[in-house]
Design a protein around this ligand. Structure first.
Ligand code: ADP
Ligand code: ASP
Ligand code: MG
Length: 419
């Protein structure tokens, strides 16, 4: 039988009525002749609550226990979804990660898929079950411990199952009716896209657009999964939502196709570090070992700093998520105490946000950066750090200007108009 993967995010399973609504959509697909693998998230707000409890109990927690706690939200919705389907006369069974088993690496809190053996689920489908409900976000390590895949990881569970079971499609049901030119909660001018390329969605996701977890887009691109985002609240059909697909399936030819933001960013500056070979490695090695996700990096060379000093010095600025600042500070202070780096001061700005424009058209068009900087200047937004790659430009700015900056860039690149 043809098979579909249907994933329901937190708001789509937020209470029993919504679980029934989602189950109804599953039942419709079963009636159309599909076997279905359903991936569920925890009820909305549940994972945040669990993470909060872990942090309150143990700020420098053991990541194995973090996973034991935060994976539990999905177990509840998986069981409830299977029960709801059974009540609707759909033969369904739930599976936690270890039961499948969804085999992952042992990086607790950020584990990656290794294998999803098909045998157990295939046997159940052969027995006549039509739906397998899988708890998203979780797996099991080689040591036999529960792992989780990072926030938003149920999207990745869905794509991984779609790849492993050759699903006809992987439908991600959420609280918006597709992928927009920017987060529709930031500007009502955001426009829904019919299609978006894997490359662009990958950039948007990694730059903060949480509608899909980055890793899910990576997997879909690698395994050629037909990935679609659509609303669990609307009536939907095969044409609903936004399809993530290959570049050559897309007709739009805009230079910039989307604006993404990441709200909770911090900017750290090491003032007067030695300017010598190996200094970057001495700084960023310990940060990486401490699990700090360093993003933008700028080394400022100022002639001024040379004056009156025996050796050349420089300032090193980088950004990372606000929640990792304490860990970053500790890693840098430890390195300084050990004598591997030296600096006069560590300046920390925890009120930053990152705003980015993304588009494959940038590969062949000049002038995008100038237009972006002009639009921000016209709104009086100061840029703290800039980073570019082939298809994106990101700026770090004061958090209080984030919404304004997203709106200004959306206007400047006329994203409300199809192109
Ligand atoms: P779920 O709980 O279903 O996984 P998420 O909250 O993780 O849902 O993702 C959906 C949210 O992503 C939307 O409510 C929206 O605010 C946000 N979002 C950010 N950028 C975009 C975008 N470009 N298009 C659509 N939604 C976006
Ligand atoms: N419940 C998890 C989270 O909130 C995973 C997910 O919903 O995708 O991050
Ligand atoms: Mg999500």
């Amino acid at each position: 039988m043809p098979l579909l993967v249907m994933k329901f995010g937190g708001t789509s399973v937020a209470d029993l009525a919504r679980i029934r609504n989602a189950a109804q959509k599953v039942k419709s697909e079963v009636e159309r002749g599909y076997d279905v693998i359903v991936i569920v998230s925890a009820m909305s707000g549940k994972t945040n609550e669990l993470v909060g409890w872990v942090n309150e109990t143990s700020p420098m927690y053991d990541a194995r226990e973090y996973d034991a706690v935060v994976s539990s939200g999905e177990n509840v919705t998986a069981g409830l979804m299977a029960l709801t389907l059974q009540e609707m006369d759909v033969p369904a069974r739930s599976w936690q990660g270890w039961q499948v088993p969804i085999q992952t690496t042992s990086q607790h809190g950020a584990a990656r898929f290794q294998d999803i053996p098909r045998a157990n689920l295939d046997a159940k489908f052969a027995e006549g079950f039509r739906v397998a409900v899988i708890a998203g976000f979780q797996g099991v390590s080689a040591e036999g411990r529960i792992t989780t895949l990072g926030r938003g990881g149920s999207d990745t569970t869905a794509v991984a199952f779609a790849a492993a079971f050759d699903a006809e499609r992987c439908d991600i049901y959420t609280d918006v009716d597709g992928i927009y030119t920017t987060d529709p909660r930031i500007t009502s001018k955001a426009r829904k896209l019919d299609k978006i390329s894997f490359e662009e969605m990958l950039e948007l996701a990694s730059l903060g657009a949480k509608v899909l977890q980055t890793r899910s887009v990576e997997l879909a691109m690698r395994y050629k999964v037909r990935l679609r985002v659509l609303s669990s609240f609307d009536d939907t059909d095969e044409l609903s939502g936004t399809l993530v697909c290959d570049e050559d399936e897309i007709m739009e030819s805009k230079v910039v196709s989307g604006v993404a933001y990441s709200r909770e960013e911090a900017k750290l500056t090491l003032v007067t570090v030695e300017d010598r070979p190996g200094i970057a490695a001495a700084i960023f090695g310990p940060l990486s070992e401490a699990g700090v996700n360093v993003d933008m990096i700028v080394q400022n060379i100022s002639e001024q700093n040379y004056k009156g000093r025996e050796k050349p010095v420089t300032d090193m600025t980088f950004s990372c998520p606000v929640e990792q600042v304490a860990r970053a500070r500790k890693a840098l202070e430890t390195a300084r105490d050990a004598g591997t780096i030296s600096y006069d001061a560590l300046e920390i700005d925890e009120d930053a946000a990152k705003v980015s424009v993304v588009g494959i058209g940038m590969r062949s068009h000049a002038g995008v950066a100038a237009r972006m900087f002009r639009a921000l200047a016209d709104e009086g937004v100061n840029i703290k750090v800039i980073a570019t790659s082939e298809i994106k430009i990101s700026v770090l700015i004061d958090r209080k200007y984030m919404e304004l900056a997203v709106q200004a860039l959306h206007d400047a690149f006329e994203l409300d108009k199809a192109g």
